[in-house]
Write a protein of this length. Structure first.
Length: 215
């Protein structure tokens, strides 16, 4: 098991929520830049949120089958550290933008995770979410964590239905490189709850302390 599970909070729309999350010690902030999402932020909003992120916290922009011109504009004006492709984008399209990327795996419809991973050899990592192909994620629904492969030499991020009440168990079962949460730390779509964010981080830290591997 990893000594430390990384944490990405996703779906921000307010600078104050970004600041709170960074103060809690998250590793990455996710900005949703596909217009299909209730948590969509436009370029100006995203650039302002990106400016609120301190050094050594990564910024990830989530896209879903968006046109190439829009992806190029996101890269140019928001300057994300990673792109996250959440749709049916093939490997060559994801790689064409010249940025490191994560690829979401729709666990609601993908039976062979190994084959899906092999289809994206250039991906920096894979986000396993509970949605079906063509879905957006962020539904607050979990999938069967025992389906997460243990023998992939690629970083796996666990998403889908995580919150402070189940994240420690999810990590023990799936043993991911990182966890990704959006709805589980919200009071409404795109509106983060400071208490839920804090409880989420506390649950992870408490679990690692109990195992004697997180001081």
């Amino acid at each position: 098991m990893n000594e430390r599970v990384r944490v990405k909070f996703c779906g921000f729309t307010r600078a104050g929520d970004v600041a709170e999350a960074c103060a809690l010690g998250v590793d990455a902030i996710g900005l949703i830049m596909t217009r299909r999402s209730r948590r969509f932020v436009d370029i100006e909003q995203a650039a302002a949120l990106r400016a609120a992120v301190p050094p050594f916290v990564a910024v990830v922009t989530l896209l879903l089958d968006d046109e190439a011109a829009w992806v190029d504009e996101v890269i140019s004006r928001v300057a994300p550290d990673l792109l996250q492709f959440h749709g049916d984008e093939p490997a060559e399209r994801c790689a064409a933008f010249g940025r490191r990327y994560l690829k979401a795996v729709p666990m609601g419809s993908v039976a062979d995770v190994h084959a899906y991973v092999r289809s994206h050899p250039q991906a920096a990592g894979f986000l396993l979410d509970s949605h079906v192909a063509g879905g957006q994620g962020g539904s607050g629904v979990a999938f069967d964590w025992t389906r997460v492969p243990r023998d992939l030499a690629r970083p796996l991020l666990l998403a889908g239905g995580l919150d402070a009440g189940n994240v420690a168990q999810a990590v023990r079962v799936a043993q991911p490189f990182a966890v990704d949460v959006s709805s589980g730390i919200e009071s409404a779509p795109g509106i983060k709850c400071a208490q839920k964010m804090r409880q989420f981080m506390q649950s992870l830290r408490r679990d690692r302390t109990d195992e004697g591997t997180f001081a």
